[in-house]
Design a protein around this ligand. Structure first.
Ligand code: SAM
Length: 280
């Protein structure tokens, strides 16, 4: 049965386990005239596993804008096109935005297929609230920009979902302790759907100890999910943490903790302990 026509199909591919691709995705990939792939060699391995022989064309961050006209011309010529990325759902921290935008602007249909996405897969097993969440993708790589972005999320009440690289995971969790406090619950999902899948959640300071206790815990692909801010919890608010950090630059920690405790009606000991954990 003919499943495709002159449209752009957005096709998710597995995020590790080759079995995680839908029957419809395989059929669409088999039938389209051209598969646009981020890395044609990488996608080639998936295609040969499933004996799919469709033509491929590279569409990645560096050539995507230039490819839009070519792909629109193909659609106008009656050809059907699929877009895949290296893994998971295209456009989700992956190329495709300019292409989808351009194709829609040219009046052609874009057909989304459901399928694997690391953020959603990880979130479904994290045990954090999922009624409201925000996807933050990758934080900036430079520390100052990363901290600034996290600061904007200090009182975000929704569960926050980040992608992170193994190289930076320890720095990022350290920074999260500074911004969100040591007691904020964080769940790390690494190598989801693969042999070494690990989903580990703890308060931020203990998660860092767990990461540092075994370098294997820092390996592979990972999703970091941070519980949202609760204004009515025992958690020390970001405003109080900021005040403590500021005063501790001028005063011994004990004095700073005492003053902040008085100003914000907090427990001095809890603030002192937090100061030690933050290395103030
Ligand atoms: N488009 C993809 C999706 O739908 O999830 C995401 C692509 S993004 C370039 C790659 C990042 O996704 C990785 O650095 C990691 O943060 C996350 N990721 C991808 N596969 C994963 C997996 N199997 N387990 C955990 N995280 C994964």
């Amino acid at each position: 049965m003919e499943l495709v026509s002159a449209k752009l199909y957005i096709v998710p591919t597995p995020i590790g386990n080759l079995g995680d691709i839908t029957l419809r995705a395989l059929e669409v990939l088999k039938q389209v005239d051209v598969i646009c792939a981020e890395d044609t060699r990488h996608t080639g391995r998936l295609l040969s596993h499933y004996e799919i022989k469709s033509k491929t064309m590279s569409v990645h961050d560096h050539n995507e804008r230039a490819r839009v006209d070519t792909i629109v011309a193909k659609l106008a010529n009656g050809e059907s096109i699929a877009l895949v990325s290296d893994a998971g759902t295209p456009l989700i921290s992956d190329p495709g935005y300019h292409l989808v935008n351009g194709v829609r602007a040219a009046g052609f249909e874009v057909v989304p297929l459901p399928g694997a996405c690391a953020a959603i897969t990880a979130l479904s097993a994290a045990g954090l609230p999922t009624d409201r969440f925000c996807f933050e993708g990758f934080l900036p790589s430079k520390s100052a920009a990363r901290m600034a972005q996290m600061k904007n999320l200090q009182t975000e009440e929704r569960t926050m979902v980040f992608y992170e690289s193994p190289r930076r995971i320890c720095y990022t969790v350290k920074e999260m302790i500074e911004i969100f406090g040591p007691d904020r619950h964080i769940v790390l999902a690494r190598e989801v759907t693969k042999a070494f899948e690990t989903i580990h959640g703890d308060k931020a300071s203990d998660l860092l100890l767990w990461l540092e206790s075994d370098s294997n815990n820092q390996r592979g692909e990972m999703v970091v999910m941070v519980a949202g801010y609760k204004s009515d919890s025992d958690e020390i608010s970001p405003e109080v943490v900021d005040a403590l950090k500021l005063l501790a630059t001028e005063l011994p920690l004990k004095k700073a903790a005492g003053l902040v405790a008085k100003l914000y009606e907090q427990k001095k000991n809890a603030l002192y302990k937090l100061g030690l954990e933050l290395g103030l």
